[in-house]
Design a protein around this ligand. Sequence first.
Ligand SMILES: Nc1ncnc2c1ncn2[C@@H]1O[C@H](COP(=O)(O)OP(=O)(O)OP(=O)(O)O)[C@@H](O)[C@H]1O
Length: 251
Amino acid sequence: MILETRGIGKTFGSVLALRDVSMSVTAGQVTCVLGDNGAGKSTLIKILAGVHRHDTGTLLVDGAEVSFASPREALDRGIATVYQDLAMIPLMSVWRNFFLGSEPRKGLAFDVAKARRVARDELRAMGIDIRDVDQPVGTLSGGERQSVAIARAVYFGARVLILDEPTSALGVKQAGVVLRYIARARDRGLGVVFITHNPHHAYPVGDRFLLLNRGTSLGEYGKGEITTQELTALMSGGAELEELAHELERE
Ligand SMILES: Nc1ncnc2c1ncn2[C@@H]1O[C@H](COP(=O)(O)OP(=O)(O)OP(=O)(O)O)[C@@H](O)[C@H]1O
């Protein structure tokens, strides 16, 4: 187990964002965190990523309790997060975005030819066929940009990759592209935390499924413990939609 939370909780003023949530991340596995808007997904990953500190419960890395004071500390332990904005500069080339802010760490600051080659090879290794790494990253499709961000985190030594709704803005085909790269990261031995509100995106790549609803956990299930239909039923808000339909009928 690389990363684990035990009964973690967080409040913002009077808002209870997360209560008693337990989850685990294992090398070579994908843990999906599913939940509707306001379920607490972002709060949870920000605790894992060192952005927020939890108020209650325990956060463990490699079995030892930790309390990250900053995202830098989480990153130093190999926990990398790819947020929806991807932290990329659209007009800058693919390869420069690949190394954005990290040249000194890898000693590639002045070796442009090598940096371009590394970016191209790494992207290829992740199954991303971007022939021209000199093109502005903004010209890539949404799925390709997500994939570049994932490949970048893998290259820079992430052990845990936290992906904040990487497929939510994408159509079916592009979502499929990103799901393939998630599977490749998993196959390279990373532990992946995949945040999504779409059970159809989670099920094909997920090994574990944590379901959140209004800040509380509806449970963490292994793949053999829940079917895609059950996952969809739990996530679809069927009961709430039915209630809404009755309300609208009465109006
Ligand atoms: N910094 C904050 N200050 C105050 N309240 C917050 C803060 N961050 C989150 N919350 C509240 O905590 C609850 C959970 O929010 P969170 O963003 O974690 O949910 P989410 O599942 O990521 O939702 P979404 O899918 O809409 O991003 C919400 O009620 C939200 O308003």
